[in-house]
Design a protein around this ligand. Sequence first.
Ligand SMILES: [Zn+2]
Length: 246
Amino acid sequence: MPWPHGKRWVYSMTYDEGCAALLDNAVPVHRRHGIPGHVALVASQVGVPRNVPGSSYDGMMILSKEQIHALRAEGWGVSCHSLTHAGVTVENGPTEVVQSRRVLEAALDLPVPIFCIPGNNDGYPGARAFAAEASYQAILGIWDRVNAPDADLLCLGRVPIHVEYPPPFYSVFDPYKRIHQAIDMGGWIIDYCHCPLPGRAIHPWKDCTLEQLDERFATVRRVGGDDVWLAEPNDVVAHLLAERAE
Ligand SMILES: [Zn+2]
C-alpha cells in the first residue's frame, strides 16, 4: 500500500461551495472526530453571498479568506470549483479552469493545485483538456466509487453522502457506504456533500443532515480503527505524487 504510517486505506470529506454555515455545523463535528475537511470554492465568490441563480445554495454566505485560513490551520484544504460555477466546456476552459486557479490563489494567498468540477461530470472533458495548462495535480468529479491506490489523479471519484438519491434509485443514506470496499482495495474514499444542517438537508439529493454526518464519521472511525488515514485531499495527492516520483 502506498499510504503513510502503515495505514491501509484513506478517508476524506469534501464540501462543494464552501458555505460559511459549515463553521457552526459541520466543523464542530469534524473537530469531535479528528477528521480534516475540504472546501471546493468558486474562485470569484470568496467571502460574499453565493451568486449562482437556480442553485439550492444561492444567496448563502461563502467562507472568507480569513475563515479559510483559520480552517487551514486546523488541517482543512481547498480546491478550485471553477470561476463562476458555469458548466465547464472546452470553449470556456481558459476562464473556468485556467484563469480560475489564478483568481482563487490571489483571493486566498494559497496554492490551489486541485480542480473540482462544478455541476456534474459533463464538465470533465473541458476540465481535463485544460488541467495541464493550469498545472492542476488532480481533478475531483462525482463518480460514485472508491479510488484505487494507483488511481488517475486527474479523474478522482467522490462518494455522495446524501439523504436520498434522485430517481430512479431513491437510495437512502448509508453510514457504511463503500467503507468495506475501500478496506479490501486499500483505496481512498472521498465523500462529498455541501452543507449539512441539524435535522435537515438543504436538498435531499445534495446533502445529508448533520446527524448523518456525525454517524458517517463515527462509522469511519469505528470500522477503520487505526487502519484508516484521515486526510485532506491536497495531502493525499501530495503524498501520492511523492510516492510515484520515487
Ligand atoms: Zn458546485
